[in-house]
Design a protein. Structure first.
Length: 525
């Protein structure tokens, strides 16, 4: 009975594999090696808004001429709309009827009816709004010899934008600081006292421009302004344990020396308490003896009586309920973190970091959500921390997460390279980055067994999502229903398309992963 069930499973899986479509995406063309027919598509857009025009042109090579061409599009997951049916014309255009994400597909077919297509994506906005220039300057009054900063802020029109920055004295000529730049800010020094006009010109993608002129008064330099440069000896993104001591370090620049410093704190929404009144003492150690959110204030006062405050927020937690568990995770998979239900009124926050790092990254700030997800990016140990807050008391638990490449992948790699060696082809190297991508795809197989991802995108978009750079072509093999690397490799090698990927001499690297009985291979050079 067991033997019969096993055979049935293998046959079912093999039928699935034989029906798969082999996906290979070159860098700039789509081609079929069998007919040596290739195509490239160029497209221009009059605008990215409703009513804008997309103009397409196909260049075909190889195969058997003459060629015919067809153009269609769809919006989101809607039905395909024909722009132009098969004809000898290799160009077409259409207007965007409404907002949405368009898939624009171009076909070419040669005399022998060999055909292929290429898809392009374009997101179209609903209504084009007028170009606006909302740029700002860092200050309207400065000391002579100081710098002023223009921050360009544009909206409407058609992005992307470019900027031009310039200034002039009251009766002078414009001085260009920079032009046609994508940099959205510029700083420059106004050396002499006087009234200056500072200008930012915004230009959008269509060439439309909008200018904004602002006024800066430069005064005679009598010394720099008072600045509070005080700091703490900890990062404010770090949660500290009850009973810890924080050093408040006062420092200042500018203004008129000597300086004096004062130190304050308040807990949660209470009032500020003076920890140390004004004195020349430039530091103070404060013990945080209660749980909750502290606001720590360092005040600086110069000899003229000018005062500048600087505040920091530090959250203090109870360290009496810490627990630690350790879990392994297939590399590329996500980990769902679940907080222990603390009942009504409780909120939860989720953080993680590489175990060797000092600072935590926030996954999810305090809310009533009891779960959050994290996908460790590197093959190192991670620590995930779940905080529970109730009635201003905070407890936490830690989970050590260890991403791993399944041991069976080494066995699978050996089988792959044995086949390649017999075929006289160089061996593949197991690549960690590609294993991560394969892991993501293996996890996705549980919800959609396809070369199309659950969100409808191509399987190869996983590489862009995680900034995995590949040269040339990439390929993917997937399978379902196999129990061992030996079985799945036998199934793939009995499928023309999958065998072609495995024995492709252009490939030098491979990523492998498995999710139960779902198997994934990602190839690249």
């Amino acid at each position: 009975m067991s033997y019969s069930n096993t055979i049935k499973s293998k046959l079912t899986a093999l039928v699935l594999i034989l029906s798969l479509i082999l996906l290979i995406v070159p860098a700039s063309t789509v081609k079929t090696d069998a007919a040596n027919l290739s195509m490239s598509v160029s497209v221009t857009y009059s605008s990215a808004y409703t009513g804008g025009t997309a103009s397409l042109k196909v260049t075909a090579k190889g195969g058997t001429s003459p060629y015919t061409y067809k153009f269609i599009y769809k919006i989101g997951t809607g039905s395909w709309v024909t722009i132009k049916n098969y004809s000898s014309s290799n160009s077409a255009s259409f207007k965007f009827p409404k907002a949405g994400t368009y898939t624009i597909r171009s076909y070419v077919k040669d005399k022998k009816n060999t055909s292929l297509y290429c898809d392009l994506k374009k997101t179209v906005s609903a209504v084009e709004t007028p170009l606006k220039n909302n740029s700002v300057i860092s200050a309207s009054k400065i000391n002579a010899g100081s710098s002023v900063k223009i921050t360009a802020k544009a909206s409407g029109g058609t992005s992307p934008y470019t900027y031009q920055y310039s200034y002039k004295e009251a009766n002078g000529s414009w001085v260009t600081v920079s032009s046609n730049t994508k940099t959205s800010s510029s700083s420059f020094k106004l050396s002499s006292p006087g009234v200056y006009s500072v200008r930012c010109v915004v230009k959008d993608y269509t060439g439309a421009t909008k200018s904004k002129v602002m006024t800066v008064t430069s005064y005679k330099n009598t010394g720099s302004a008072l600045s509070n440069t005080s700091k703490l000896n900890i990062s404010t993104s770090t949660l500290v344990e009850k009973g810890s001591t924080v050093k408040m370090q006062g420092s200042a620049s500018g203004g008129t020396q000597p300086y004096q410093y004062a130190y304050y704190y308040k807990l949660n929404s209470g009032s500020f308490v003076t920890a140390k009144a004004y004195s020349a003492t430039a530091s103070y150690a404060l013990k945080l003896s209660s749980t909750g959110k502290y606001t720590l204030r360092i005040a600086v006062k110069d000899n003229t009586g000018k005062v500048i405050n600087k505040d920091y927020t530090v959250e203090v937690i109870d360290n009496t309920a810490t627990s630690v568990t350790t879990e392994t995770l297939t590399y590329g998979f996500s980990k769902t973190l679940t907080a222990d239900d603390a009942g009504s009124g409780a909120t939860y926050a989720f953080y993680y970091k590489k175990s060797s790092d000092a600072n935590w990254q926030c996954i999810s700030a305090y809310s009533t959500n009891k779960t959050a997800s994290v996908r460790p990016r590197d093959l190192v140990s991670y620590t995930a921390r779940i905080y529970t807050k109730k009635n201003n008391n905070v407890t936490y638990k830690d989970i050590i997460i260890k991403p791993e490449i399944p041991a069976a992948m080494n066995q699978e790699l050996t089988i792959i390279n044995n086949y390649r060696t017999k075929a006289g082809i160089g061996k593949l190297t197991l690549d960690n980055e590609l294993c991560f991508a394969a892991g993501v795809r293996a996890e996705e197989m549980a919800s959609k067994f396809s070369h199309t991802r659950p969100d409808g995108r191509s399987c190869f978009t996983v590489l862009d999502d995680y900034s995995i750079r590949c040269k040339g072509t990439v390929g993917e093999n997937i399978a379902s229903g196999y129990n061992t690397p030996t079985d799945v490799m036998e199934g793939w090698m009995n499928s023309d398309g999958h065998r072609a990927n495995i024995l492709n001499s252009d490939y030098t690297k491979v990523g492998l992963s498995v999710n139960g009985r779902y198997w994934v291979q990602v190839f690249s050079n």
